[in-house]
Every structure is written in C-alpha cells, then in structure tokens.
Design a protein around this ligand. Structure first.
Ligand SMILES: Nc1nc2c(c(=O)[nH]1)N[C@H]1C(S)=C(S)[C@@H](COP(=O)(O)OP(=O)(O)OC[C@H]3O[C@@H](n4cnc5c(=O)[nH]c(N)nc54)[C@H](O)[C@@H]3O)O[C@H]1N2
Ligand SMILES: Nc1nc2c(c(=O)[nH]1)N[C@H]1C(S)=C(S)[C@@H](COP(=O)(O)OP(=O)(O)OC[C@H]3O[C@@H](n4cnc5c(=O)[nH]c(N)nc54)[C@H](O)[C@@H]3O)O[C@H]1N2
Ligand code: SF4
Ligand SMILES: [Mo]
Length: 716
C-alpha cells in the first residue's frame, strides 16, 4: 500500500486528494487532503467515489471500431489513429476542411493539455468547425460581452464583495460560478457571511445556495428579463447609479431609460411573481453597495431570451460601476501570461456579424466557435461547410445537446464520428471509433489554465501533480492530447503552441509542454513544481489607468436590445401565460444539477446510483398532490416538442408551478425504462422553433410542459 497526492479534476473545485493505492495499482481509498492549502480537506462524493471510473467494468480499456453490423470490435490505438487520419484526409479533400468538425466537451477544460493540442491541431488543419459545450451553456455571457462591451480590468468579485447577487446558479452544489471561489465553496460562503457580506439569490428553487441568502426572490422561471428591467428602472429612478462612471464610460442612457420605463416594480410583481417590496430591497442593497456584483448561472442562461437577460444584468453592473478601478488589486493576475489590466472599456465587437456566415440561419461565429445548438442542422443541411466528420473529446453531445432525436439522427448520417471517452456513452454508441484515454490520476496535470476573470478562483493559484497510478495493465489507452499530436503526424501538419513550432518527430513530454506554456509567465513551471500541494503565488498586480487613447464606452442600448425589450413587454401579458407555449402546457420545466453526477458522467458507478438512481422529475409536494401523484409515480411530461416518461419526486424547495430536472440521463432515445436509465430532457427541447438568434441557444429551461399520471404498464 502507498499513498499519493493528487487533485480532482471532475469540476473546477480542484480538491486536493490523498489516494491510497494497493500493490496492484488499484485505488482503494480516496480522501480529501486536509493539508491542501486551497481546498483544506473539502471534496465531494463525485471525487471521493471516483475509483470506480478507473477500475469499474464500464471502463473501456481498448480502442473500438464499429463493424458493419453496428457492433464494435477491438483494434489497436495505432491502427485507429491511422484509419481516422486517412478518413479525415479523404473527407477534407472531397468536401473541404470545414467538413471536418470538432466538439470540445466539458471534460476538456479540466484536462489542460488536450485543449492546448486541440486548438493547435484545428489551426494547423484549417477547419473552422469547432463546436463546444459553451454554446449550450452560458454563451449569453460571450454575446453580452461583445454586444455591450466589457471591462478590461474585470468585474468585482467574491473576495472583495460586500454584496453578491446570484441569478440562477447554485455554487454550493455546482462548485462552478464565475466570480465565486470554487475551492471549498461552503466554507467560503460562510466566511463571506461572517464578514458581513450580503447575498441575494434569484431562483425558482430555494437552492442549497439560496438557503444562505439575505434576500431570496423565487420568481416564475424565464422572467429574469422582467426582473432585470425592473431593477434598472428602479436604479435610474432613484439615482442609485454611479454617475461619474456612467459619464465617463457608458453611452447615453436615455434609450435604455425609455425602454425599461414600462417595467415598474408592480409590473414585475405581477409578471415574474416576486414581491415588489423585496425586489426593491434587493435592488437597493445591490446598487448602493460598495463592491457589489452580479453573477448569473445556467438557469437564466438556458431560459428564453438569455442573451437579453445577460445584457440587462451586465448593464446593472455597468450602471453601478461594479468593476475594479485604477489601483485596485487584480485578484488573479494570471501565472501563465504576463499582461496588464486597465480601467477601461473593451468595446463591443459583435464578432458574430463579422466573420463567415453559415448556410444554417446565417449564423456567425462566436469568438471563433460554431453553434452547438445547431450542430444537427450543420450536419444535415447540404451546401458549403456541411459537416461530414466529427471528432468529440471529453463530451457527450448525443446526450447533452437539445433535440436529442434530431442530433442522434444527424450523428448517424456522419461519414466519420470519433469520440475520446473512457466509457460507452450515448455518443460512443454511435461512433465509428472510440479512443479511451488515460484518466486524470494516470497522467501529470495542472489546474485548468483559465486565469483572471474566467477563472473560478480569485487568487493566483496553481498546482502540478505527477501521475499517481499506472493505467490498468494490458490496456491500450491514449493520452488525450496525443490523439491530436498523432493525427497531425499522420497528416503531415506542423503544430504550433504559443507561436512555437513543436518537434513533430518526438512529442514534447507534458512537463516540457508546461514549461513552454509558462515560459513568459509570472512564475515558471519549475517554481510551480516545487509545491506539490499547490500554492497561492505571490504575484501582485494592480489595475492601471486607462490608456488615454481608448475612448470606448459600454454600448448599453444597441438597437437589437431595445427592440427585444419592447417585444418582451408587448408579448407580455402579466401572468404565467407570457412564458407558455399554449394554455394546456401549464407548468415550466427548469434545469438543475445533481450533486452526485457531473452532467452525464458518473452515472455508471453503483455507489453513485445508490444515492441517485435516476434523474427524477422534482415537483413541490403540493403540486404532486394537486395532480393526484405520489413520489415514485411514473409521469408523462409533454412539451410542444415531445414527450417523456419520468419518475416524480417531491421537493419542497420548488415553486408549485415548475418541474425541475437534470440533463445527461436517459440513454439513446427509446432505450429503456426511466427507473433504469433516467430520462433525456433533450427529447422535450426543439432546436428548430425556440432558440436565441445570435448563438442558437436552445430553450433548455423554463420549457412549457404538461404533466399527467402515466400508468406503469400501458406506457413506456
Ligand atoms: N454536481 C454537479 N456539479 C456541476 C455539474 C453537474 O452536473 N453536477 N455541471 C457543471 C456544469 S457543466 C456547469 S455549466 C455548472 C453550472 O452551475 P450552476 O449554474 O450553478 O448550475 P445549477 O446548479 O444547475 O444551478 C442553476 C440554478 O438555476 C435555477 N434556474 C432554472 N431556471 C431558471 C430561470 O429561468 N431563472 C432563474 N433565475 N433561475 C433558474 C435552478 O433552479 C438552479 O438552482 O455546474 C458544473 N458543476
Ligand atoms: N437540457 C439540458 N441540456 C444541457 C444542460 C442543461 O442544464 N439542460 N446543460 C448544458 C451544459 S451547461 C453543458 S456544459 C453540457 C455538457 O455537455 P458535454 O460536455 O457534452 O457532456 P458531459 O456529460 O459533461 O460529457 C463529459 C464526457 O467526458 C467523459 N470523460 C470523463 N473523463 C474523461 C477524460 O479524462 N478524458 C476524456 N476525453 N473524456 C472524459 C465522460 O465520460 C463524459 O462522456 O450539457 C448541456 N446540456
Ligand atoms: S467533483 Fe467534487 S471532489 Fe472533484 S473537484 Fe469537484 S468538488 Fe472537488
Ligand atoms: Mo456547463
């Protein structure tokens, strides 16, 4: 038996762990590392129960290739890479480079090297078809940043905040919230409250996070635009804005003032079902704070009008000047790259209007990415750029992308589908090739390379760990980064990282790659390496004065935003119908996360399943009673797009007009009972009739549905 230090990379919590490993290189115990300076012992069930991912029977230990009768057979990694490269070459020659597409899933962010190599490969290969989970997540943030503009030095953040407003996020469970600290979040939130910090939460569910709230608003889902507009109106009316900041950095406010004029607190009360006096109190608390800020989560980012929602909440931060100012300390100056932070606006660029346009709805690129919400259409719509090959890494789009039937049909029509995944996921079942990778404890790694505002930490932290265990003996696994390197070798491509051409004969070791990445940074890789438990590095940087030549202002009221605010009001109504598809869809299905699994990952562990056997349809007990339902009953959930059979479960923290369900379950369509497989929420969501215009974001929350009892044996 031996012990090894590592850290968990399932989510951005990066909890320090101590692994106990037996003589056969099997993990027999995992515990939180109490001596870890950042997570100090905290770890959740996903990390503590992750030994199963390594040693469970579900783990794929050899690459697989689909045969003619639809089954999969074992091949070697070398042969798989040879064949994939050849097929990519043929498809690109026949249909153009954009016909070869890439999907970067959530797992890649926590695994630093594959994202570096994937980017280098796509650049060298020359395809413009990169899809990521971002455009089915919170890409409203990217749209807002490039339509409103952003602040070069970044927003206020948790470490300095006196007031924090969380809109539709639950960091106590998700551990992932921009502006909040992902290391040991419960302890962090308690410390925040102990030092007098005030928390406002807006969520249709009294979530684990909302239980800490000083002011909790529990609105009708999908009405965040109404709430934000009413808050803006209230701030302007009461003069709670930062006048100096607005004079200097914000375009004229008159159009915005006019647009939000109809959104009185009383109107918001009626429409969003939040008490006017509470909304007023929340607005005052936030707007009159010293260092307040707003952070939005996935809930409102998935509900309809998510781009407008983000624009308006960001606008509140703008009006109140919730940004770091000249002389303020930069929380996470970045260790990998040296750069400056200035007290100035980064002007809106509207990147989606400038680059190439897709033949699918004229969609542009969002910071270089194509829209995952339209990936099925990008595969099935003939013409320039039609996707024929897809290489998926660390994602499970056949489960995670809305409109699952359409996505699955589209994937079946691909000439080449490859996935790098340790398990036989929904996507893997459809794939021509499956390349199982070494898992996190089996390779050296660092904390995700996001820094500064996009980081989930407000301090310059970094940790490097060696591989803690060897891969299973007899396995033929790939290093996920090496997939791109090996493909590049076969295709004769020169990969470059940070403008440095890589040796294409002998691959750099991970350590050499990290040295390269940090070569111009605030610390070197060698320094990081000296602290096996990770370290908060002493890198001090303050925000500099604005560049005198930079005159940009926040574009707070662009025409498309103004028109949409008008549309929201006129479409309006004042009751629940404003958000509904039709009168008989009288409930709203909302998104959520489950503590025990990470999206679709973790479902295959028997221990996890003991805690979370399937993704239940949570409803308030009174709502269950009104429908004559009991916990455990099978229910039929019908939306304008589809229907599923799910299992009802009581949850008193919910409003009594919603159904709350997590995604990532249910297998492929029509593949089993909800008690065994859970349910795919994506079957209820259209990607053709209800989506955001700029980023094709489907309506993944606040989905109008009807619920009925389903007799256990008559329906399946
Ligand atoms: N345990 C666990 N952790 C995870 C994940 C996981 O699956 N499991 N997934 C990871 C991923 S990919 C992400 S992106 C992050 C997401 O992290 P979060 O954004 O914190 O995700 P959730 O915990 O689902 O919180 C979303 C909240 O929004 C609320 N909500 C739903 N609809 C609406 C609405 O219309 N308006 C408002 N105001 N609220 C609404 C829900 O009730 C829920 O409480 O979590 C990450 N961490
Ligand atoms: N209806 C609805 N749909 C949603 C959401 C919602 O709330 N509601 N949430 C959306 C959000 S926020 C997101 S981020 C997406 C998630 O979308 P995806 O990123 O497509 O889905 P995941 O289930 O996170 O896929 C992660 C995959 O990585 C694999 N994996 C685990 N370890 C490794 C490894 O070391 N290497 C590699 N290569 N793979 C590994 C896992 O087995 C799993 O298959 O789903 C979105 N879809
Ligand atoms: S999944 Fe759990 S153990 Fe792993 S990093 Fe996140 S919070 Fe920590
Ligand atoms: Mo996500």
């Amino acid at each position: 038996m031996r012990e090894a230090l590592s850290f968990c990379r399932i989510c951005p919590g990066y909890c320090g762990l101590v692994l106990t490993i037996d003589e056969d290189e099997r993990i027999v115990d995992i515990r939180g590392d109490k001596a870890h300076p950042l997570s100090d012992g905290f770890a959740c069930i996903k990390g503590l129960q992750s030994a199963h991912l390594y040693h469970g029977p579900q783990r794929l230990l050899h690459p697989l290739k689909r045969n003619t009768d639809g089954g999969h057979e074992r091949i070697t990694a070398t042969q798989a890479i040879d064949e994939i490269a050849e097929r990519m070459r043929t498809i690109a020659t026949r249909h153009g480079l954009d016909a070869v597409a890439f999907f970067k899933g959530g797992n890649v962010y926590q695994n630093t090297l594959p994202s570096i190599y994937q980017r280098a490969f796509i650049e060298a290969f020359g395809s413009r078809s990169l899809f990521t989970n971002n455009t089915i997540d919170q890409s409203a943030k990217a749209v807002s940043a490039d339509r409103l503009g952003s602040w070069h030095a970044g927003r206020n953040h948790f470490a300095i905040a006196d007031v924090m407003m969380i809109v539709g996020g639950n960091p106590m469970v998700s551990i992932s919230m921009f502006g909040f600290d992902a290391y040991n979040p419960v302890k962090k939130l308690k410390a925040f409250k102990a030092r007098g910090g005030k928390l406002i939460v807006i969520d249709p569910r009294r979530s684990e996070t909302a239980q800490f709230a000083d002011i909790f608003l529990q609105p009708r889902p999908g009405e965040d635009v109404t709430i934000a507009a009413a808050m803006i109106r209230t701030i302007l009316e009461n003069g709670w804005l930062d006048g100096d900041f607005c004079d200097r950095h914000v375009a004229p406010l008159e159009d915005l003032r006019r647009a939000v004029a109809p959104f009185t607190l009383e109107y918001a009360e009626l429409r969003a079902d939040v008490p006017a006096d509470l909304l007023l109190a929340a607005t005052k608390m936030l707007a009159t704070s010293k260092h307040g800020f707003i952070t939005t989560g996935t809930g409102p980012s998935m509900a309809p009008r998510s781009n407008l929602m983000q624009h308006l909440f960001d606008s509140i931060d703008v009006l109140c000047g919730h940004f770091l100012r000249e002389g303020d300390r930069v929380p996470h100056p970045g260790l990998m790259k040296k750069r400056e932070w200035r007290a100035q606006v980064v002007p809106a660029g509207r990147c989606w209007e400038k680059g190439p346009r897709s033949r699918v709805r004229g969609l542009g690129l969002l910071y270089g990415e194509k829209m995952t919400g339209a990936i099925a259409q990008e595969i099935t719509t003939p013409g320039e750029g039609q996707v024929k090959a897809l290489l998926v890494d660390g994602g499970n789009p056949a489960s995670s992308v809305a409109d699952q039937r359409r996505v699955v049909e589209a994937f079946k029509s691909l000439e080449l589908l490859v996935t790098v995944d340790p398990e036989m996921t929904e996507t893997a079942q459809l794939a021509h090739y499956i390349l199982p990778p070494k898992l996190q404890f089996e390779h050296p790694n660092m904390v995700g390379l996001l820094e500064h505002e996009t980081s989930f930490h407000q301090r310059p932290v970094q940790q490097f760990v060696e591989a803690a265990i060897a891969p299973p003996s007899g396995s033929d696994l790939v290093d996920d980064w090496r997939v791109y390197y090996a493909l590049a070798q076969r295709l004769g491509l020169q990969l470059c990282v940070d403008d440095v051409p890589l040796d294409m004969v002998v691959a750099p070791t991970p350590e050499e790659m990290f040295s390269l990445l940090f070569r111009n940074g605030n610390v070197t890789f060698e320094e990081i390496r000296q602290h096996p438990r990770g370290k908060i590095f002493d890198v001090q940087q303050t925000v500099l004065a604005a560049d005198p030549a930079e005159k940009a202002r926040f574009d707070i009221a662009p025409t498309d935003v103004l028109l949409e605010i008008e549309e929201v009001f006129s479409q309006g109504g004042s009751g629940p119908q404003s958000n509904k598809g039709s009168a008989n869809l009288d409930l709203l299905l909302i998104s959520r996360r489950l503590r025990e699994v990470f999206n679709s990952a973790g479902r295959t562990s028997p221990r996890i399943r003991g805690h979370q056997p399937y993704n239940a349809a949570y409803m308030h007990p009174e709502l269950l009673a009104r429908y004559g339902l009991a916990a455990g009953d099978r229910i039929r959930i019908t939306s304008a797009h589809g229907a599923v059979i799910a299992i009802a479960q009581g949850d008193g923290t919910l409003r009594d007009d919603v159904v709350s369900m997590a995604h990532g379950w249910g297998g492929l369509p029509d593949s089993g009972a909800p008690e065994e497989n859970g349910v795919s929420v994506g079957l209820l969501i259209s990607t053709e009739s209800d989506f955001e215009v700029i980023n094709a974001m489907p309506r993944q929350s606040a989905i109008p549905v009807r619920v009925e009892h389903a007799r256990a044996h008559s329906e399946n």
